[in-house]
Design a protein. Structure first.
Length: 234
């Protein structure tokens, strides 16, 4: 099977509250979107014949995309994303229709995740190589978890964290399964915050591959300093 990359980069970055969407902010001299794509560069290695292409979902009238290194790469194409992250990923999957086979692999990696370590990417690719469905990088939960009523402050219980994981990206699924699962989940109005949740709702069991907790998603301003530090240690 061949391998395709999808980078959802059509978000507005509301929680970041910056002048431009966070994926176009500069970090260590590069745009965050470029760092995120280049963190997947093992898939771009010229000797990797499996890599078929990369699709970046951007918002309509995005004036920043043309300033990225990625937009100059002839193996990278852009499509218009959608209202929610899942809509953007589905738009990219739709663009692959007719090119990708049902058993081809699709790797989805957030444009806002510049700190993916190459070891994690390689472990994901190796461990899922023969899997029928696919899976995701995830990190064990380390804090003690409390449950309240929605919006409440009274602690109702402490949740056992031994079976809980924080979902990260990249997430890696068979093209046919992922496209079908995302379509049905969105049509049913189910909440889809990552690829795995759609695949789960379709009745499959995504495989968890343990990843580094420092593969953070830039979400709020303080994450920029954190990401700078993480990258300084790679
Ligand atoms: N994303 C996307 N299309 C959307 C929404 C999000 O492609 N309609 C992308 C973002 O660009 C980001 C990734 O999905 O790379 C993760 O989403 P998130 O961190 O929530 O980014 P934003 O939606 O941009 O931020 P916020 O929720 O704070 O507005
Ligand atoms: Mg969002």
């Amino acid at each position: 099977p061949r391998l395709w990359l999808i980078i959802p980069a059509a978000g507005a970055g509301k929680r970041m509250n910056s002048a431009r969407p966070k994926q176009y902010l500069s970090l260590r001299g590069s745009l965050i979107l470029d760092l995120a794509i280049e963190s997947m560069s093992d898939c771009f290695a010229s000797d990797n014949t499996a890599l078929a292409g990369c699709i970046v979902a951007i918002s309509v009238d995005d004036p920043w995309w043309c300033d990225t290194r990625a937009s100059q790469n002839d193996r990278v194409t852009s499509v218009t994303g959608g209202q929610e992250r899942a809509d953007s990923v589905l738009a990219a999957l739709d663009a692959l229709d007719g090119q990708a086979g049902p058993d081809d692999w699709v790797l989805v990696h957030d444009a806002a995740r510049p700190c993916l370590h190459p070891d994690d990417l390689n472990r994901l690719l190796t461990e899922l190589k023969d899997h029928q469905v696919g899976g995701l990088l995830a990190a064990p939960v380390t804090d003690t978890l409390k449950k309240t009523a929605a919006g409440g402050q009274d602690v109702l219980e402490t949740v056992d964290r031994s079976q809980l994981w924080r979902a990260l990206t990249p997430q890696m699924f068979r093209f046919g399964i992922l496209r079908c699962a995302l379509k049905s989940a969105l049509a049913a109005g189910l909440p889809v915050t990552d690829e795995a949740s759609a695949v789960e709702q379709a009745g499959y069991f995504p495989c968890i591959v343990e990843g580094r907790p420092d593969n953070i998603k830039i979400t709020v301003p303080a994450d920029l300093a954190l990401a700078d530090f993480v990258l300084s240690r790679f």
